[in-house]
Write a protein of this length. Structure first.
Length: 70
């Protein structure tokens, strides 16, 4: 008996922020918090994260969602 497996389509988006004076390591700490989350969950996590990088990443994530129509 062959099992039919359905895969949920994953939509990936890419956002880029330029001219933000911050070390990549500090931004990566915040990005690791939201990696793999759904868009709305990630925005909520960013909203209540007390890191300076969260503000810049939240702006980029919100812009990405508006462009994708999510």
């Amino acid at each position: 008996m062959a099992e039919v497996q359905t895969q949920q389509a994953l939509i990936e988006a890419h956002a880029l922020a330029r001219h933000v004076r911050m070390s990549p390591q500090k931004a990566r700490l915040v990005m690791d918090l939201i990696r793999g989350q759904k868009a709305q969950d990630a925005l909520q996590t960013l909203k209540y994260t007390p890191k300076r990088a969260a503000k810049h990443i939240e702006k980029g994530a919100a812009q990405r969602d508006r462009q994708c129509g999510a």
